[in-house]
Unconditional design. Structure first.
Length: 396
């Protein structure tokens, strides 16, 4: 057990074994999700799905996540995040191969439900583990953990197209699974142990009745809706509003994801220096400015700069909300994290269809102009980010 690494009032070294382990878990989860993205066209062709039918199928992924996240939270309260993250990671490993073999729509829907469920459950468990590692180290690590998730997604999606194009979907799934196993084997013996006291389990495994975790969930939700909007609709916005080429429109996602990844690696040092509340407030203002710039831009180039600026802002908002959710006094980290992640990811699930519907009536520019209103609400609740600094020293 690594519980011996809790260092009283002093900060731990910048790099510890539990930090390496939880970073590898985030990398693994993001990598598997990234590997799924380039498989989607072949998956739709194999099952002869229309765009609408594919949208419904992908909805099963989201439903699986939303169903399994609260279950994971309750299990973490009873067994600890170490046990839950190991089980969910092992269950996640064969999913890419199964998705490559499904013969019909109903089997595909069932496997997608399980895939989303295990991704979501592991997401809750690894975020809960990151919270207790933060506490043990007395320094912020959540932003860099999410940066490793983004890095895993970029690696998975980048190698996926190449492998599928040269060797087919099954070989791609097998290679990806082997790499995922390597990540898990490396992390396995050094994952931080956080078993709660058995007497606490029954009272804390229920959904919390206090408003605090739900308010933090709203912060995560209102941060992730704009994130989903840029990722899903940014390229189409550039094409339809500015007549951008396919190559240029791709920079909407690229610029956003690049700045987000870079700033997530830098975010922990910023949070250690200035504290979670100040970091969240400045990040939110930057995100609002970036979104307004993209919405009001007269050309594609300035819109891309706006999306890049938006990535700078949004990058560390969700990690701070997750840290705060896992540090609520008197509440097991797994329960707080499960509430925040479930509400947050429900925004990513609902946002694409809702934004697409709204854009058909008022246009993408108007939609992007309205999204900063959600970020203003985050700004109003930003004082709650102080809970993210519980368990480690902030810089003020």
């Amino acid at each position: 057990m690594q519980t011996t690494e809790i260092l009283g009032g002093a900060k731990a070294p910048w790099l510890t074994r539990p930090r390496v382990a939880v970073s590898l878990l985030f990398l693994l989860n993001g990598f598997v999700v990234g590997c799924w993205a380039p498989k989607i066209p072949e998956f739709a062709e194999r099952l002869q799905l229309s765009k609408f039918e594919l949208g419904l199928m992908i909805l099963f992924f989201g439903i699986g996540s939303l169903v399994m996240m609260p279950v994971a939270g309750a299990q973490i309260a009873g067994r600890g995040s170490k046990f839950v993250v190991k089980v969910t990671a092992v269950l996640l490993l064969p999913m890419l191969i199964l998705l490559s073999l499904v013969p019909d729509v109903w089997t595909g829907a069932a496997v997608l439900f399980l895939f989303g469920g295990f991704v979501g459950a592991m997401d809750v468990a690894m975020n809960a583990n990151a919270v207790v590692v933060e506490k043990s180290m007395r320094r912020a690590i959540m932003s860099s953990c999410h940066a490793f998730w983004s890095l895993g997604g970029l690696i998975g999606s980048a190698i996926g197209g190449f492998l599928i194009g040269h060797w087919g979907v099954l070989i791609h799934a097998e290679v990806a699974t082997v790499l995922a196993i390597v990540f898990l084997v490396a992390a396995w013996p050094i994952i931080f142990s956080d078993q709660p006291h058995p007497s606490e389990v029954k009272t804390k495994a229920k959904l919390p009745m206090t408003p605090l975790p739900w308010l933090l969930g709203v912060i995560a939700l209102f941060c992730m809706v704009p994130e989903g909007a840029v990722l899903d609709w940014g390229a189409l916005y550039l094409r339809q509003e500015f007549g951008a080429t396919a190559t240029l429109s791709g920079f909407a996602f690229a610029a956003f994801s690049l700045t987000m990844s870079i700033m997530r690696f830098a975010g922990d040092a910023v949070r250690d220096r200035f504290g979670a509340v100040n970091t969240l407030r400045v990040s939110t203002v930057i995100a609002i400015v970036g979104m307004l710039m993209a919405a009001l831009s007269p050309d594609a180039a300035l819109a891309i700069i706006g999306f890049a600026l938006c990535g700078v802002g949004i990058s560390n908002m969700v990690p701070i909300a997750f840290s705060a959710g896992g540090n609520i006094p008197g509440l097991q980290p797994g329960i707080g994290i499960s509430v925040v992640t479930t509400l947050g990811y429900s925004g990513m699930l609902v946002a694409p269809s809702a934004i697409g519907f709204a854009a058909e009536h008022i246009g993408f520019s108007a939609v992007f102009l309205l999204l900063p209103l959600l970020l203003l609400i985050v700004l109003g609740f930003s004082g709650l980010a102080r809970y993210a600094d519980n368990g480690h020293e902030s810089g003020h």
